[in-house]
Structure formats: C-alpha cells, structure tokens
Design a protein. Structure first.
Length: 629
C-alpha cells in the first residue's frame, strides 16, 4: 500500500463526512472585553521580549533620559520598566489601561504622519489581560505618585511613593493563560531575546541612559553618549575597528532622504546575520526591501554565503512610510519603494567603493602605455607567458627606496654588498611620497604569489592575482556602465569547436555577448567564430575566456537572466584573465600593481570577496621578535 492514499468517510447527501469534528454555532455573539484583549495579546505579547519592547517604546515616547529594565526569570516572572519621563496624570491612569486609548494620534492624518514608536494604545491593555500589571506614575505637578492594578475591575487609584516618571511592573506573564506559558523557552533563552530588544532600542536612542538587570544583577549599563560611542558600547570593539561611517542626504525638505550610521568592512562579515540593525525614523525594522538593497551593495565584495554587519538609520518624511502594516510594528511599507531601494543601494555601494582612499602623486602620475610591457625573465622553467599590465613607470618615482640601476633590476642579478649607510638609505622612504602611496613600495616577491611592500605602518602583503582580478573587473564594469566598452576587430577570426549546448547558449545570448565585447557567429552546428573581443582582453586567450563565459551563461539560463548577472559574468572574465600565481614580476611591475590598486574602487577585496592585501604593523612585528620585552 506504499504510495497510496485513502480517504475514509461516509457519503451522506453527496457530502463526505470525515472523522474531523465540525463545530457549528447557533448564533453570532459579541466576545467579552477580556477575551478580546487576550486575543489581541496573542499578536502583541508573543513572549517576554515583546512586553519589554512595548514598554520601552512607551518610555522613549515619554521623553525619558534614564530607563531601567529589571527582569526576573528571563522576564517570565517579572518585567519592570522604570523611566523618568513626563509621567501620566492620575485622572488618566485608568484610561491608559483601556484598549486602544492613546495620546499619540487623534485622526487619520496623525496616523499617516506618526512620528512616535507607539501609537495604537493596545499594549498596556493586552499585557494586563495575560499578566498581573501594576501601573505607577508621577508628573511634575503631582506631590506624589499614583498607582493602579491593571486587572482591577473597580479601577481603584491609590497614592504611593515614587519619583517623577512611570513604572510598569508586570508579574507572572501568562499566569491566567497557562497554555501560552507552555510555549516559552528556557530562562536564558527568553532573557537573550529581552536583552536583544534592549540593545536595539539603545542603539536607536544614544541620548538615553539604559540599565539592564536580571535576577537582581546588573548585566548591562550604557550611559548617554553620541551615536558612535553608543555603537561601540553595544556592538563591541570588533565592530568598532571594522566599521565604515556613512552619512548621505539627497533631496530637500519633505522629499529629503538621509542614510547614516556605520557599515562593516567586507573582511568583518559574519556567518550569521546577527549584527544587522536597520532603523527607519528611529524604529527598528526587518524589511526585505532594505535588507536586499544592502546585500546587493555588498555583492561584489562579500565572500561566500557570509553576512555583512551594519548599523544604519534612514530618515524620511513620516508620510512617505507606513508603519502600521505589522502587529509588532517590525515591518514598514514605503510609498516609493523603488527610489528607497536605489538610494540605499547606491549609498552603501559608494561607501564600500572608497574603502581604500584613492591616492596619486601630482607630479608623478601613472602613464598607461598602449604597448605591452617587457616580459621579465622567470626563475621557473614552467612559468606561464606573462600578461601585460599596460603600465609604464619611472623607477625614479620612488626615491631612495629603489636605487638599484634599471639594468640590475632587469637582469635579476644579485646586488653587491653595500656599506651599512647605503643599506639604511635603501629602506628610507620620503614622508611626502609615503602619504601619496598608502600601499607603500614593493620590496620583493614571495613564491611568485605575494608582493611584499613597505609603508609607514610596517609590512604590506598583497595577493597579486586577487588584486589584479579586482582591477580588471572594475575596468570592465566602468566601461560597460559608461557604454564605452571598446572592442577590437580581429584580422583573423578565432574559430573554436564547441558542444551543442555551448553553441545554443552562444546564439541565445548573442546580444549579451555583444555587450561584453564579443561578436560571434555560427559557422557550423559545432563551430563558432569570434570576430571582435574587448580591447582590455586583446592579449588574453580568447577561446578559453569565451568558453568560461558560455559555461556560466548556461548555468544562468536565458539571456534575460544573463543580463541580470552581467557583473558575475564580468567577474568571471576578470578572474580568468588576471595575472596568475607563479609569475615573476619586476619591481616596476609590482609597484605598478600597487598604484593601480590605490586608484581602483573596492580594491580591498577581489571579485569573490577575498582580501587582496593585509597589513602587519611594526608593533606586531616587534611582538613576533620579542623586541622591547
């Protein structure tokens, strides 16, 4: 009977009667207020952290400068939020515990322009329906505080002692709905969710002092600071050392958009998306549009399936965003989502592109030659034929560091022993020149894979293949974006044997291949001719490069998909045509590569997100050799 399914039932009046009971109500009736509040609490009070979120938002809206959060048993036994805000007048305490009662909106226009975190007026009533809630408050005009119980049917007010502000004390969450309590996790897990809520709101409110206590012990305390200091307090030193500041504004007045905060460098990416904070008008949100925009900006610099870290704030006219689309107010909807996506993507992308500040000496500019550079003599008999950088430089540009004669460099002959004074001069770098060239100057090549260079901070290690790959890739992207991708017509077309799949892929994506600089035509079902190639790749192995592109196009599918993935195709082209390992470079070529890196956007990572260079500081080198210890 494997793979067969049966419906067992009884046919009565042509209707299948199954074993499932069907409840029919004889009449429609109104639900009680208590049951309505408990149903609403199912959406608002999902777990203790949801209570913390709602009460903290109320405390922030009250203009508090100090907020204390006290938790017991992960918030299951007790949640107390104490603030020094404006307080609630005693005659309004009873109304504050009524469903859908709020001082933050009074009309539809207020709802469409809401600027506060809370606005529905349902949190206190929902919490009081599933827990024992005590509300205590004191305004500046009152001589003492007043309090009342949330589940007191008489609504009795009683005087009490207390400072200015409001205290909401919640005991025994889900005490009157035990079925809901069974779904809660362990104390530590629930506390972790509560602590995360506090972190989110603390990051949005750097001017407020937060104190978090659990089971009578202070677990976190963040004094009022500016945004940068609050970021360092909450997210830690690791994020602080790898962050890139961003602050971009477009438009004016009601149509202005501002994105500010910090984004993590690609090398500081994480295996989980647990350090991604996005705020819209001070409200923490999880919005797919915003997440996708940031992720797309990291596309060219992120390695594998890793996640970027960021703390971003978007401010815009409240009328341009709808915050009333999710019960927990965790999602938003934009009036012009396409413009928002474009603005965020471009802002983050441009910030990432400037991870290495472009530098160039005013009087020693790099001249890009049209003629191929001379090939160096290789120490390895199996070294592949060199790929020209197309860069001409003067050795004299680098001052005393390169006092070897050009003939000595070209012949790779070992220099004669030099006196100590001359050896000291060899490694002396002019201060001004060093400021112009942050990657320093090449010293040597390690195993024909890495370039060793010296700058003011210490030793620079460069992966020459990864670095050149990014340079070629960015040139291809720029040319394609500017519609100035120059092609070169081959005097003799290159013919290549292809499989039926490759031939079909080439013909289906001929338009995309033309955008990439390849003009192809079919000679036979298994032979194609390449008549033009991109000028930047005129010295590359045309057949091999095109075969790799066709392979990737076949994986992407139709031509429309290939167009969407054109950057990935360009990355493939760049990867297969960058200088390879086991290639000996002269000092001139090594420095040419360093200078191009300094002029190239996103040069800190290759197309696959791997780092292209790293720095070993003098203090790190001293520690390796125990200097000063």
């Amino acid at each position: 009977m494997s793979g067969e399914y049966f419906i067992i039932g009884v046919m009565i009046n042509d209707t299948v009667q199954t074993d499932h009971p069907v409840h029919r109500s004889s009449s429609i009736q109104l639900l009680t207020d208590t049951l309505i509040s408990q149903i609403a609490a199912g959406e608002v009070v999902e777990r203790p952290s949801a209570v913390v979120k709602e009460l903290l938002e109320n405390a922030v809206d009250a203009g508090s400068t100090q907020i204390e959060i006290r938790l017991e048993n992960g918030g299951i036994k007790r949640i107390a939020i104490i603030d020094n805000g404006c307080g609630i007048p005693p005659e309004q305490l009873r109304l504050a515990l009524t469903r859908h009662a709020t001082s933050k909106i009074a009309s539809l226009n207020d709802l469409e322009n809401v600027a506060t975190l809370g606005f529905r007026g349902e949190a206190l009533a929902s919490i009081a329906s599933v827990a024992d809630l005590t509300l205590q408050s004191r305004t500046a005009e009152e001589p003492h505080a007043w309090q009342m119980r949330g589940n007191d049917p008489t609504g009795t007010l009683s005087p009490c002692s207390g400072g200015f502000g409001t205290t909401v004390d919640v005991h025994e969450l889900y005490s009157n709905t035990p079925a809901r309590r069974k779904f809660l996790k362990s104390e530590q897990t629930e506390y972790g969710h509560c602590a995360e809520v506090v972190r989110r709101i603390a990051l949005a409110q750097p001017g407020i002092r937060f104190t978090l206590m659990h089971n009578g012990k202070a677990t976190a305390q963040w004094n009022a600071h500016n945004l940068s200091q609050r970021c360092n307090q909450v997210l830690g030193e690791q994020f602080a050392q790898s962050q890139l500041p961003i602050d971009i504004t477009v438009g004016e007045g009601a149509n202005s958009l501002r994105l500010y905060g910090f984004i993590g460098q690609p090398t500081a990416s994480r295996t989980r998306g647990d350090m991604q904070y996005f705020y819209v008008n001070g409200r923490f949100v999880r919005d797919r549009l915003l997440t996708h925009a940031v992720r797309a900006a990291y596309e060219d610099v992120l390695h594998g399936n890793r996640y970027p870290a960021y703390l971003l704030y978007l401010t815009l006219d409240p009328s341009l965003v709808d915050v009333n689309v999710h019960p927990a107010k965790i999602e938003v909807r934009f009036r012009d989502s396409r413009s928002i996506h474009h603005f965020i993507h471009q802002s983050v992308s441009r910030t990432l592109a400037q991870t290495m500040e472009p530098h160039a000496a005013a009087d020693e500019s790099i001249a890009y030659a049209e003629t191929p550079a001379r090939s160096p003599v290789s120490w390895h008999s199996n070294t592949p034929s060199p790929v020209s950088y197309g860069v001409e430089q003067k050795t004299a540009s680098y001052g005393a560091l390169f006092r070897q004669s050009r003939e000595q460099e070209e012949s790779h002959s070992s220099p004669l022993p030099m006196p100590a004074t001359e050896l000291s001069d060899l490694f002396r770098i002019d201060e001004k020149t060093e400021e112009d060239f942050p990657l320093g100057f090449a010293l040597a090549q390690l195993h024909d894979i890495y370039i060793l260079a010296q700058n003011r901070h210490g030793l620079v290690l460069v992966d020459m293949h990864a670095a050149h790959e990014r340079i070629v890739y960015e040139k291809l992207k720029t040319a394609l974006d500017e519609k100035t991708l120059q092609t070169q017509t081959l005097l003799i077309p290159v013919t290549m044997k292809v499989s039926e799949v490759e031939a079909g892929t080439a013909l289906e994506n001929r338009e995309t291949l033309q955008e990439l600089g390849f003009d192809i035509s079919a000679l036979t079902p298994e032979t194609i001719a390449v008549r033009t190639v991109p000028t930047l790749l005129r010295e590359a192995d045309t057949a091999n490069a095109l075969r790799n592109i066709l392979r990737d196009m076949h994986e992407y599918g139709t031509s429309s998909i290939a167009k969407e993935k054109r950057n990935e195709l360009l990355a493939t082209v760049a990867c297969h045509n960058a200088v390879r390992a086991n290639r000996s470079l002269t000092i001139t070529e090594m420095n040419a590569l360093l200078r191009q890196m300094e002029q190239t956007e996103r040069a800190d990572q290759c197309n696959h997100g791997r780092p292209t260079w790293t720095q070993l500081g003098l203090s790190e080198l001293d520690a390796l050799f125990l200097r000063g210890q």
